[in-house]
Design a protein around this ligand. Structure first.
Ligand SMILES: [Zn+2]
Length: 445
């Protein structure tokens, strides 16, 4: 396959080039004076005006296989990922039943092998049944391919258990993903504890619920020296703790989500449960610090926390509805617009290349994967992105099985046009079809 006229990001500048893909790898890259000519029978894609980016990596996806296929499954979830430009997703383990033993893990691997259109790296549970007391057989699960361990959805509240889990993960060269939350402080809270919650008569979740858990767990990292990743960081107080832990040289990493970067508690319309997630949308002040923390590296990556739920569940009322929203399809475009906005101060504004790294090389580093890059010999996990296309996100036309997005109806700038995983088309937008060119005697535009 030959991709013509795509724009590459060489550090901060853009260059126009052609690249050739064969057998799942990038085999040739053109240069200023060297245009690549199509070979006999080669498929040609005209990428004029499109950015060529490494495929995105999501650290936090709920694919819902096993057991909750009304919400999502490996096929629909990975299609949704591909439509957002992702070529790798990390699948969380809080399924039904949870991924807490070798038999279930192997069952999931089989489904992934049969159904996934992008790469899926499964996480296994820290504790059996996510009950927080007895560790899973982490060594066996690691051997089978668990990329890391997490009881996400729940914190591991017993710190002695967390300590043993971290020691075990360290011995295995693996890591743990923390869902940082103090369940007692969260209580029955449904949105951020604030005047907005009070005005709606809704119980609040204080930011201390997240920060207090992070503070405790940082001390266990200090004791064990083991790698701990904090998922979906939402609060300014948490950022400050992580900043200090990193300054102390501790092996902690952290991500935040597209929705925490683009929405605040003041924007929750009425009792629309598609704005209900855990942690909840926070204040503008919290959000501004998240943006700054991404820029200065305190927050390492952006992860979706893609959490599909059925319409029936989300229509149960704001308090009763489950937490979580879908996000794979809209993540990159929303974050690019938010994080590179001209209106941001220099201490927060990111270049396109910096935003791309939060979706590619930073999550890869946390996962211990090779750095994704566009180079000869690299795996052809790629996303072609149209930065100028303006479109309206219509969630019921999207590929996820679920519709629980607060961004439904939103006008978005930029979208994924083509996603290649191992050199194969994992997704193409309707406008991509006219870009495939028959080669013989056909001049490129
Ligand atoms: Zn979580």
């Amino acid at each position: 396959m030959l991709i013509k006229n795509c724009q590459l990001f060489d550090s901060e500048s853009k260059t126009n080039t052609d690249i050739r893909i064969d057998n799942g790898k990038i085999v040739e890259i053109g240069s200023a004076g060297k245009e690549l000519k199509a070979l006999n029978d080669e498929t040609v894609f005209d990428a004029a005006g499109l950015w060529l980016l490494p495929g995105f990596i999501d650290l936090h996806t709920h694919l819902r296989d096993l057991g909750q296929s009304a919400k999502e499954d490996v096929a629909s979830g990975t299609k949704s990922a591909a439509s957002g430009g992702y070529t790798t997703v990390v699948a969380m383990a809080n399924t039904v039943p949870p991924i807490d033993n070798a038999r279930i893990f192997s069952q999931l691997l089989q489904i992934i092998k049969e159904k996934a259109v992008v790469k899926v790296l499964p996480i296994a549970c820290v504790t059996k049944g996510m009950a927080g007391s007895e560790l899973t057989e982490m060594a066996i699960l690691s051997e089978l391919g668990a990329v890391g361990f997490s009881d996400d959805g729940l914190p591991v509240t017993n710190l002695a258990v967390m300590r043993r889990a971290l020691e075990q993960a360290k011995a295995l060269g693996s890591f743990i993903v923390s869902h940082p939350e103090d369940k007692d402080l969260s209580g029955t809270g449904a949105m951020n504890e604030s005047a907005y919650a009070t005005a709606k008569g809704l119980p609040g979740v204080p930011t201390a619920s997240e920060a207090a858990c992070i503070a405790r767990e940082i001390e266990v990292v200090r004791m064990t020296g083991a790698a701990l990743h904090f998922a979906h960081v939402s609060a300014a107080a948490s950022v400050k703790l992580i900043e200090r832990a990193k300054a102390d040289g501790l092996p902690v990493t952290a991500d935040t989500t597209p929705h925490h970067l683009t929405l605040t508690d003041s924007e929750v319309p009425g009792y629309n449960a598609n704005y209900k997630m855990n942690p909840p949308l926070r204040s503008k002040k919290d959000q501004d610090l998240l943006v700054e923390a991404l820029k200065n590296g305190t927050l390492d990556a952006i992860a979706t926390d893609h959490a599909p739920h059925t319409n029936t569940e989300k229509e149960m009322g704001f308090i009763a509805a489950p937490c979580g929203i879908i996000g794979l399809e809209t993540a990159f475009a929303l974050c690019l617009e938010r994080l590179s906005a001209e209106s941001l101060p220099a201490s927060s504004r990111m270049t396109v290349a910096e935003v791309v790294r939060k979706f590619t090389s930073d999550p890869a580093r946390i996962l211990g994967l090779a750095e994704p890059k566009i180079a000869v010999g690299a795996t052809a996990d790629l996303c072609l992105f149209d930065p100028d296309m303006t479109w309206t996100y219509e969630v019921n036309k999207a590929t996820s099985k679920s519709n629980n997005s607060p961004f439904d109806g939103r006008e978005i700038k930029g979208r994924t046009i083509l996603t290649l995983c191992d050199g194969k088309v994992a997704y193409q937008f309707e406008t991509a079809t006219s870009r495939w060119l028959a080669i013989e005697g056909l001049a490129l535009k």
